[in-house]
Design a protein around this ligand. Structure first.
Ligand SMILES: *[C@@H]1O[C@H](CO)[C@@H](O)[C@H](O)[C@H]1NC(C)=O
Ligand SMILES: *[C@@H]1O[C@H](CO)[C@@H](O)[C@H](O)[C@H]1NC(C)=O
Length: 633
């Protein structure tokens, strides 16, 4: 029976694992499937501490909304520097694509999140700004005639009053620059808008239609006949930034050019790259992305950009690279002051971004499959990572410091298992979506709804979701999130523990009976007898097997939840029995460990004579005799 149970479990497990090994799943957040990362730390000491901000998407065009149930995967996500999930934001936006997701520390004295919520067939999309409680503070919508909030850029300027976005607008342009002055054709003019964050009003607007002739485009040829509406995407704007002097830089992918635009005149002041470059330069770039000012004064601009290294003609480069370029406006020379190549030697054909970090490191999003890397000032590779899944990409990826204080309380799921009155065990899962700075969790139970909270244990937070095993049948369970200084960050609601629908089905004996909740104050004495279940720092060889059983139980518990979910409302009693009997085996092991742990800790408290290592076994309380052997083993 037990063997069969294990087989069924393995089968269920295996099939789930094979399909989804690249995604996390959580007991406390069952509607979310977060992407896992594959990570290679080359030099941790030189990395900037911080969090990753990514927005995985499966396909770049908005999907038609369906009523098909799908777990949340795409949308804004925060991870720590080891790929541990911090925040899954996708449930807020119903699996809609999100772009340019990042933290902003430049608005006021509080950190904010911002991103572009992609348009749908009925909505134009918008720039979203959340506070660090994950509450919406501003939705910057489209208030002019533009068809959609463009997906490339949502660049909140210092002070948080205005933001820049790209614009695409069908326009009729002359073909005079091809020597055909009598002809006109439709193009998508590329430009930008500066928007008031409070009112969504467009304060400043510029586009290419009068300023960039069609002959600069690599997408329109002199022999092409003019196109009708909506016209060809002849410049393809993909980035915009503004300096303190009030001037703008933009990147046009289909003219291979960065343009400097006067804020006051609206005229192109200079071109870098492309057919009409104003600079002496001994380097090339093509199909570039994400141009940004790093510094800018009257005589010099330093800018960064992602060069995807076009495969065209003489400009052929075999590898994509992040470039830092200094423009000397007195001599009109441009030189590369830093060049960081893509660590895998590959090409970022589309998208990508370059982010200078405060310690002079560079964080680079290479986009496809969420590939990103961090580099030292001299270019040394410090870390690279990518999604375990090749089904998703992130348009841009960033690294920022972050303080997340969700306005929700921690999510708690508690359930009870056992095969007889003596081995009953309560399994508690906890997580707090979006919270940073949690060092560990305090667990409590009470005997009845209005009873006193009894402390039943503490465990460190080592992952997004933490499992805690408590001896006995604990009902009315709650948890506190604790920071590294012992402060309580939040307290969960009090949660009743889920009981098996049928105790006999999970193997509980004697048949027909079922346990009632324990009074925690009788099981958990307030003298610190209860210890952390894992990683308590004791170097005992028992810990290995303890960890192993803990891990096994965690897996089994997850499967049980999955099976519960599958069986919900379905008549499949037999499978439940099989799973139950398998769980029972693990429960017994865990129960043994919990008991040993408790006895071990009381053993530690027994005063021993100094220097008298060889305490006669017969002098010890009977229950400690085998324990001492175990802990020395
Ligand atoms: C302008 O910036 C350049 C470096 O980008 C620097 O060398 C120069 O000293 C700066 N000029 C002024 C007036 O600050
Ligand atoms: C660079 O990007 C453009 C368009 O995004 C693409 O057509 C071109 O092939 C890319 N270059 C390389 C070398 O992949």
């Amino acid at each position: 029976m037990l063997l069969l149970g294990a087989l069924v479990l393995l089968f269920l497990h295996g099939s789930v694992a094979q399909r989804d090994s690249d995604l996390f799943s959580f007991v406390t957040l069952p509607e979310v499937r977060a992407l896992k990362f594959e990570i290679h730390h080359v030099d941790r000491d030189r990395q900037l501490p911080g969090y990753w901000f990514v927005a995985p998407y499966g396909q770049i065009d908005p999907e038609a909304s369906t009523h098909r149930y799908q777990q949340y995967q795409v949308g804004p996500y925060i991870y720590d520097n080891d790929g541990m999930l911090i925040w899954a934001g996708s449930p807020l936006y119903d699996n809609r694509n999100v772009f340019d997701f990042k933290a902003n520390w430049n608005m006021d004295d509080q950190p904010h999140l911002s991103f572009i919520l992609q348009h749908t067939d009925v909505e134009k999309g918008s720039g979203m700004i959340l506070n660090n409680n994950y509450e919406l503070e501003h939705e910057v919508g489209v208030t002019n005639d533009l068809g959609a909030f463009n997906m490339h850029e949502f660049n909140i300027l210092d002070g948080g009053k205005t933001a820049l976005a790209c614009s695409y607008r069908p326009s009729l342009v002359s073909f005079a620059s091809f020597g055909r002055p009598e002809e006109e054709g439709w193009v998508q003019a590329g430009g930008f808008v500066e928007i008031d964050i409070d009112s969504s009003e467009v304060l400043h607007e510029w586009d290419s239609h009068d300023e960039i002739p069609v002959f600069e485009s690599i997408k329109v040829q002199p022999w092409d006949s003019p196109s009708g509406e909506p016209g060809s995407d002849y410049v393809h704007i993909n980035a915009v930034d503004k300096n303190d002097a009030g001037d703008y830089i933009i990147s046009m992918r289909f003219t291979n050019t960065i343009y400097g635009i006067s804020g006051s005149e609206g005229k192109i002041m200079w071109r870098l790259g492309g057919l009409e470059s104003n600079f002496d330069m001994d380097f090339t770039f093509h199909k570039q992305h994400d141009v940004k000012f790093i510094s800018s004064n009257e005589t010099h601009h330093v800018i960064s950009l992602m060069n995807n290294a076009s495969d065209e003609g003489e400009a052929d480069e075999s590898i994509s690279a992040a470039l830092y370029i200094e423009l000397d406006m007195t001599t009109m020379t441009a030189r590369v002051i830093r060049r960081i190549e893509r660590p895998d030697g590959g090409l970022t054909r589309l998208r990508g971004n370059v982010q200078p970090l405060p310690n002079d490191n560079t964080f680079i999003g290479w986009s496809e499959w969420g590939y990103h890397s961090e580099h030292a000032p001299n270019g040394d590779l410090l870390m690279w990572a990518k999604f375990s899944s090749e089904r998703f990409s992130s348009y841009r990826s960033y690294k920022f410091d972050w303080i997340g204080r969700p306005n929700t309380t921690p999510d708690l799921v508690s359930s009870v298992y056992g095969t007889n009155r003596e081995d009953v065990l309560t399994i508690i899962h906890v997580s707090w979506n979006g919270a940073t700075d949690i060092a560990g969790w305090n667990f409590y139970a009470r005997a009845h709804e209005s009873g006193d909270n009894v402390f039943i244990g503490y465990t460190s937070k080592l992952d997004f979701e933490t499992m805690y095993l408590a001896d006995g049948f604990m009902d009315w369970v709650s948890v506190e999130a604790i920071d590294s200084e012992g402060n309580v960050l939040s307290t969960s609601d009090i949660q009743r523990t889920t009981i098996p629908e049928n105790w006999a089905a999970i193997g509980f004996e004697p048949e027909g009976s079922s346990p009632s909740p324990d009074d925690p104050s009788l099981l958990y004495l307030p003298d610190g007898e209860v210890e952390e279940p894992v990683d308590d720092g004791t170097s005992s060889s028992n810990l290995k097997s303890q960890d192993q059983i803990y891990a096994d139980t965690k897996e089994v518990a997850k499967s049980v939840y999955k099976v519960y979910a599958i069986l919900h409302g379905v008549e499949a009693f037999a499978i439940l029995v099989l799973v139950g009997s398998c769980v029972a085996g693990v429960v017994l092991g865990v129960r043994r460990i919990l008991r040993r742990r408790r006895q071990l800790s009381s053993y530690k408290n027994v005063p021993t004579e100094e220097g008298n290592e060889e305490v006669e076994e017969s002098n010890l309380p009977a229950e400690q005799i085998p324990l001492r052997r175990n802990s020395d083993g």
